[in-house]
Design a protein. Structure first.
Lengths: 227, 102
């Protein structure tokens, strides 16, 4: 039991510094929910139903900007497709876990949880599970609080501050921080250019076209790089 | 109502992505092509999103000097510091300053 407790404590302690950068992100999501005109409770519920910052922000911003439901949902899902990689990477480790945890664990599998648990695949199953749950539930509970806080403080912030502009700035940050090789630059530039050219398509579906062409361009660039 | 449906669908889809290999295909490998393509999802989508947010529904650029300088500043700071908080701080500060000056 004491081992369990020390492992759990380790998980909470490891999670906290990684949560710090997520704080402004969560606050901006809260603000965006307020700005979007959607039902506040439904908007906030995305924090526990979807539990993925970038996808939530995408969905909320697009719904608020009058995009078609299909375009908003489709883009948010594309944003989250990267989780397939995490699922594949952790599948062997999860094989040694009980069924209830194989069902619950993926629900909590966000970027930061993956980053912390992926480096300990050899861990004894009970300890792995305790650590995973401690990390993930720390993120989960703080995330619900911070996004709610954003909704609450949103109306207090003067409108002329235009804080909704924080949304594209956060996306720029996510874009730049994710780029570690030039084929990704190709994907970004082609994705941006195609979206611009396709911006006239109805209901902002140009976004999906741009994303798809960008992914394709990155894949092609990677192949040339490999040759 | 449609908002709730949208949130539920994205939530369900995200769970399927996260659980796909853990629950269904524990010992299968993802084809290499798919793995390579997945790497480019984030940059392509983020870039497309930024452009979509900066254009109106008819495809015209809908930003001025404050927005453009703020995005540049945010991008530069993100590149340099690898930190979201500084990125947000720099971007919004440049936005407010340029807007006040011009």
């Amino acid at each position: 039991m004491s081992v369990d407790r020390s492992v759990a404590r380790r998980g909470v302690i490891d999670a906290l510094p990684l949560f710090v950068p997520a704080v402004p992100f969560g606050l901006v999501i809260g603000l965006a929910i307020g700005d979007s005109g959607m039902n506040l409770f439904v908007g906030w519920s995305s924090s526990w139903i979807v539990f993925a910052g970038a996808a939530q922000l995408t969905l909320i911003t697009l719904l608020g900007s009058g995009a078609a439901l299909v375009a908003a949902v489709g883009t948010a899902l594309v944003v989250n497709a990267r989780h397939l990689m995490y699922s594949a990477a952790l599948a062997p480790t999860f094989q040694r876990q009980p069924l209830w945890f194989r069902r619950l664990g993926p629900y909590l599998l966000i970027d930061q949880v993956f980053a912390l648990v992926a480096v300990r695949p050899e861990e004894e199953p009970d300890r792995f599970r305790t650590y995973y749950l401690a990390v993930a539930l720390t993120f989960w509970s703080l995330w619900l609080v911070v996004t709610a806080l954003g909704i609450v403080i949103g109306p207090v912030i003067p409108e002329e501050w235009n804080l909704e502009f924080a949304v594209p700035i956060l996306f720029i940050g996510l874009l730049i921080l994710g780029i570690d090789r030039w084929p990704k630059v190709v994907a970004a530039v082609v994705g941006a250019a195609t979206t611009y050219l396709a911006a006239g398509l109805p209901n902002r579906t140009g976004l999906l076209v741009g994303a798809a062409v960008g992914i394709l361009a990155g894949t092609v660039a990677e192949r040339y790089r490999g040759e | 109502m449609s908002e709730l449906v949208a949130v539920l669908v994205v939530g369900l889809g995200s769970y399927l992505f996260r659980s796909f290999f853990i629950l269904a295909l524990a010992n299968r490998r993802i084809p290499d092509q798919v793995l390579v393509a997945l790497r480019f999802v984030a940059p392509a989508v983020m870039a497309a999103l930024i452009v979509a947010l900066m254009t109106d529904s008819e495809g015209n650029v809908a930003i001025g000097l404050p927005e453009a300088s703020a995005l540049l500043a945010g991008g530069a700071v993100a590149h340099r510091t690898r930190n979201h908080i500084w990125t947000l701080f720099a971007g919004m500060t440049v936005y407010w300053v340029v807007r006040a000056l011009f």
